[in-house]
Structure formats: structure tokens, C-alpha cells
Design a protein around this ligand. Sequence first.
Ligand SMILES: [Zn+2]
Length: 259
Amino acid sequence: MLFDTHSHLNLPAFDKDRYEVANKCLRDNIWMINVGIDYESSRKAVEIARRYKEGVFAAVGLHPENLGKEVFRGDRYKALAESPKVVAIGEIGLDFWQLPKEKEKQERQKDMQKRVLEKEILLAQELGLPIIFHCRKAHNELIEILKNIKGKKLCGVIHCFTGNITQAKEYLSMGFYLGFDGIIFKMDLDNVLQKVPMEKMLVETDCPYLTPPQEGKRRNRPEFVKYVVRHIAEAKQMSLNEVAAITAQNAKTLFCLEK
Ligand SMILES: [Zn+2]
């Protein structure tokens, strides 16, 4: 079995065929979590998951890139998260990739991202759900925030991990998982892949984005997670089946999907 822990069949790129794509995955024994990036896509993720008895789950959250378009309202996300299909809060986090050039505006952006993130973390704590973190060009800032969170211990995954081994170790020491996707074909992360323990790794696609080069310019989809699994297997000198089985088990453990 394969488990794509980060897909977006909830986005418009799949408007025409999301259920066909999901059905085919289930026939091939591929499970997935569709992850929200704003209220509408979160609602859609829940709607999709509700159609399936098992194998298709949802995460709800407001992505830092969408803060300009939506004001975060915890009550709305909390209502969505009441569905038993919601297995995580996410994707939430920090994205310092395309900040305004002007220093003052930049600081204001960063502060706003941090404030909303803290609210979303509180919601996850309140609901007792794991968190799917998005973090781009902000690992040290995110680590700092996570170290200072009070109250209930957090669990979750740093999705699409692109940090260095020192940052990876910081996350691991706090108990987080690291998620790997097609970005490993664009950046050389083999050093990280080799050193992160297998039991802390998740695999994902982030489809429709980040198509592995083996599939050219096509739209990415959950089944292409197999290329990520294969690359990790090579980096760690393990068998493909072992990596598939362990990462699927890790996902079931983190997102509490054991019966
Ligand atoms: Zn994503």
C-alpha cells in the first residue's frame, strides 16, 4: 500500500475528474489526505472524504499564502473539523518566500503569519489533532515558535521538507515527522533522506503540483507518490516495499487511523 499524506484533489485542477482519480487510487490501494489551503478548499476536502468509507481523509486550515484573501476564523474551521473524516489541521505555517521588498511591510507580513499560525496551533491543541505544517524559507522561525508553544504537546508533520539536517534534527527532537515529495527531484536532499529515521518519514505528492520528472509536465496525482518512495528506497538502500509499508504505517500512526 501507498499513502499520499498530502494531496489536493480538493483544488480546481481536479474539478473534472477528482472522483475518478480518487476511485482509481483506492482500487490500487493508495490512500490519501486532501489538504485545505483556505476555507473553501478545506470544505471541499471534507466533502470529498465524506463520500468514502475509508482511504480518503481531509485536513482543514488556512495556508499562509492566503492570508491576504481570507481572515482566519477559528469557529468556521472548528465546525469543519468536527467531521470524523478530518484527521489534521493544515496546511498552516510560515511562507517567507515572496515577501514584500520594503522592510516595514515585510515585518508586518511575517508578524501576521505568525499570529495566525499561533491561532491555528491553538485550535489543533483544542481539538487534539495533528498538524500539517507548510514552511518555506522560514524553518528557523517555525522551530522557534514550536519550541515556545505552551500547553498540550503538538504532533504533526513538516510537509515538503526542504530544510537542512540541523533543522531536520530540531523537528525530530520535538517529535515531528518530515514529509517528502517531488521536491526531492529538484533539490538534493539525499543527505537528509539518509539521516532521517525511517519511522519519522512520510511520503506525499502535493498534487497537482510538484510532478516528479518521470511524468514530465503532467498534472501530478496521488499515485505518483511511488517515485518518491522509490527515490527514498534508493537513498536508504532499502526495498521499495519496505519504504511503502513503513511510511504508510507512519501515516496511520500519526493521523490515528488504526482501528
Ligand atoms: Zn500543499
